[in-house]
Write a protein that binds this ligand. Structure first.
Ligand SMILES: [Zn+2]
Length: 284
């Protein structure tokens, strides 16, 4: 019975040390955006992402990105991948990042396609969601031979449950992934401040080049990291990113005088994170 007492102060000590560590990490987790720099003195980082593993991403999107040497991040659903495994393996081999978009693609049950199946985020809990996400990781890593580091929230929604029982599943994403990407946001990411598991992204489906360019130009302050998200690739529609728009967009983003650095979500996150956690020489 005596043996436990001497350990108590040690435990308390280590607990307070752990708290101090957390505070210290938080302190360096947020830095002025001006302290974050990008390769080639670019003013902004840009990531181009696509969701759902839609067939036109392989037939239209990946070839176009390859032609312009742009690396995209593709958030895949196992069911949609299963008939095109060779194509997605080739996309990964070409340098595109593969991310997780869950197994079920569950969103709010207010969508008619979910109501008709009696399904919805309002009806599940965190245990269910964790399994749904991890099942997709296992499938994608096993079949495509990649390591999954990024997650995109289906429909951009981050909750499970209803009313007082609502819970955020962001902490689950934080546990298993380096980054989590939202959707339909109205702002870019402040690189000195952003929570890497709640990255904002802007919708590029159904938009002209002029509309996308205007959206980007409005959000360039604070060295913002701007993430763009599309679904199908072809002729402009509600869930289709226009191929001609993409061609013009790549030209604009790749002109050095415009000051953009294009990278996958994990490339940009790693680049920013290294500057947020590394001690600054000017800080004591
Ligand atoms: Zn989706």
């Amino acid at each position: 019975m005596f043996s436990k007492y001497p350990r108590l102060p040690l435990l308390l000590l280590s607990a307070s040390f752990a708290c101090a560590q957390v505070s210290a990490n938080n302190a360096v987790e947020t830095v002025p955006a001006k302290n974050i720099t990008y390769p080639n003195k670019a003013r902004n980082a840009i990531s181009i992402t696509f969701d759902d593993a839609r067939a036109t991403q392989l037939t239209e999107g990946v070839p176009l990105l390859n032609q312009y040497q742009v690396k995209g991040t593709f958030y895949l659903i196992p069911n949609a991948v299963s008939e095109h495994i060779a194509g997605w393996k080739a996309a990964a081999k070409a340098g595109h990042e593969i991310g997780n978009h869950s197994s079920s693609h569950l969103c709010t049950g207010n969508f008619q396609w979910l109501r008709s199946q009696n399904a919805g985020l309002e009806q599940v809990n965190l245990v269910w969601m964790e399994k749904d996400i991890l099942d997709a990781n296992t499938y994608l890593e096993t079949n495509l031979g990649v390591k999954i580091r990024s997650f995109a929230y289906p429909c951009g929604q981050t909750f499970v449950g209803r009313g007082e029982a609502v819970k955020s599943y962001v902490p689950i994403v934080a546990k298993y992934f380096d980054t989590g990407r939202r959707w339909l946001d109205e702002t870019g990411n402040n690189p000195g401040y952003v929570d890497f598991v709640q990255l904002t992204s802007l919708d590029i489906d159904g938009k002209t080049f002029e509309q996308v360019k205007q959206m980007i130009e409005q959000l360039r302050a604070n060295n913002a990291w701007i993430i763009l998200t599309g679904h199908d690739v072809g002729s402009s529609a509600q869930y289709t990113t226009d191929k001609q728009m993409l061609t013009q967009l790549f030209g604009y983003l790749q002109a050095p005088e415009n000051g953009f650095w294009l990278g996958t979500v994990s490339e940009v996150a790693d680049h920013i994170r290294a500057q947020r956690t590394a001690p600054k020489t000017e800080l004591k």
